[in-house]
Design a protein around this ligand. Structure first.
Ligand code: LLP
Length: 422
């Protein structure tokens, strides 16, 4: 697994392209993705029968297209994500199903699309089973089980246990099977996703929980999904998860079930962050440098409208500086990095709870670029128009060429659906 974290906190290029060249053609802020890194990460997981990309992490159709071309299938959590998968060339039919709709509810549009396209559904509630079964009995479905425990990098990304709204509670599985039977729905798979940005210790516990739930379903089971949740190292001292060890745990469980049920069991993994986080960079320009009491601030032109993870979860992202002019200074300075928004929480260097902290970064001048790294997952997709800021452009670097995969939103696109009543 190659690691591209910078120890000097200086960077001049992204995937071989000078930052100055990117910025000359595209006004900051913008996202840049390195296709090679996405492909490398898909390859890392090829031991699993199916790598199902949780597109919520970065759902630009060009990114979905890369995943499809490199053999990944896709997960969709909304009607919009189903349409994106289709726009990127995924088809509804196939075994294993290329697109799976995973959710805890159906909204009207999603249910209509699922029925119209005959999409496979991973149900996170018994109500979904009833709503689907009433409209289209006789289908095969997967159940998302909440094993009674969970873990994430933040309490907000923990999707297991009794405080989580996700999945069918593990002790309710038998009841759900009865509901399924009532509507002639065949439960052919089980899925567990306990949280995002979790760790190997917690992920490993899911294997046992899955085997227990599999006993309840019995030999009609054909697929087990380990869910997503694989972390990536955002901090210099963090390490990669031992993927081989993780796969071995699941593979052993799968073999035990195969032996017991006398049939092939497919093993899926459903990563979002792992595939795209490290491929993405948010490039901003330093527009003001000021001192507030004891603190120095670098104020840049990207805010939490572009990258919400720090204000939402206190998330740490590596940052580097690219000097616009001349030789880079080696001197470091402890700084707070903030954005342009009219809200004091618009700070990229903060801890959970909103506590502002400083970061050692190279001394910089106005016009230098600040690059926020490991921003490919839950970056652009969580962008907003707060303060009437346009959604940032997204660029893709493929084989040394720069492609605009989303143009920066225009004022007309931002306000086009608004009307002043007569
Ligand atoms: N499968 C299901 C059912 C999920 O709910 C999720 C993430 C994934 C897979 C992918 O998880 P991953 O491999 O990316 O950890 N906005 C948060 C993360 C929210 C994750 C939501 N569900 C963040 O920025 O950290």
């Amino acid at each position: 697994m190659s690691d591209n974290r910078s120890t000097t906190r200086l960077r001049t290029q992204i995937a071989g392209i000078p930052v100055a060249q990117l910025s000359a053609a595209h006004p900051t802020p913008f996202y840049v993705y390195d296709q090679a890194k996405i492909v490398e990460r898909i390859e890392d997981l090829k031991a699993f029968d199916v790598v199902r990309y949780a597109q919520k992490a970065c759902s630009n159709i060009a990114v979905l297209d890369i995943c499809r071309r490199h053999g990944a299938l896709v997960d969709a959590v909304s009607a919009g994500e189903i349409l994106r998968a289709e726009a990127a060339g995924f088809v509804a039919d196939g075994d294993p199903p290329p697109i799976v709709y995973t959710a805890d509810i159906f909204d009207q549009q999603a249910l209509e699309l699922v029925l119209d396209r005959n999409l496979h559904v991973n149900c996170g509630s018994t109500d979904m089973l009833e709503q689907l079964g009433k409209k289209d009995p006789g289908r095969s479905v997967t159940l998302r089980i909440n094993p009674g425990f969970g873990h994430g990098h933040s309490q907000k990304t923990n999707t297991g246990g009794s405080q989580s709204k996700h999945g069918i509670w593990h002790t309710e599985l038998e009841k759900s099977l009865q509901v399924a039977e009532q509507y002639d729905l065949k439960v052919v798979g089980l899925h567990m996703h306990i949280g995002s940005g979790t760790d190997l210790e917690h992920l490993s516990q899911v294997v046992t929980a899955m085997e227990q739930s599999a006993q309840v379903v019995g030999d009609q089971l054909g697929t087990i999904s380990a869910g997503g949740g694989l972390p990536i190292p955002y901090q210099a001292e963090e390490e990669y998860v031992d993927l081989a060890a993780y796969f071995d745990l699941w593979d052993a469980a799968r073999h035990r079930l195969e032996k017991q049920f006398g049939r092939k069991i497919h093993l899926e993994i459903e990563p979002g962050r792992y595939l795209v986080a490290e491929a993405g960079f948010l490039v901003a320009e330093i527009r003001a440098i000021k001192r507030m009491g004891d603190n120095w601030f670098y104020l840049v032109d990207a805010g939490f409208n572009d990258l919400a993870r720090p204000i939402l979860y206190g998330s740490y992202h590596p940052m580097t500086i690219c000097h616009r002019n001349g030789a880079p200074s080696a001197a470091m300075r402890e700084v707070v990095v903030g954005g342009p928004l009219c809200e004091s929480g618009d700070i990229f260097t903060q801890e959970e709870g909103g506590f502002v902290c400083t970061r050692p970064l190279p001394e910089a001048e106005l016009g230098d670029w600040l690059i926020i790294e490991c921003a490919g997952a839950y970056g652009a997709v969580m962008g907003s128009n707060y303060n009437s800021k346009p959604l940032a452009a997204e660029l893709l670097i493929r084989d040394g060429q720069v492609h605009t995969i989303r143009a920066r939103q225009t004022f007309e696109q931002m306000t086009g659906a608004e009307r002043i009543p007569d």
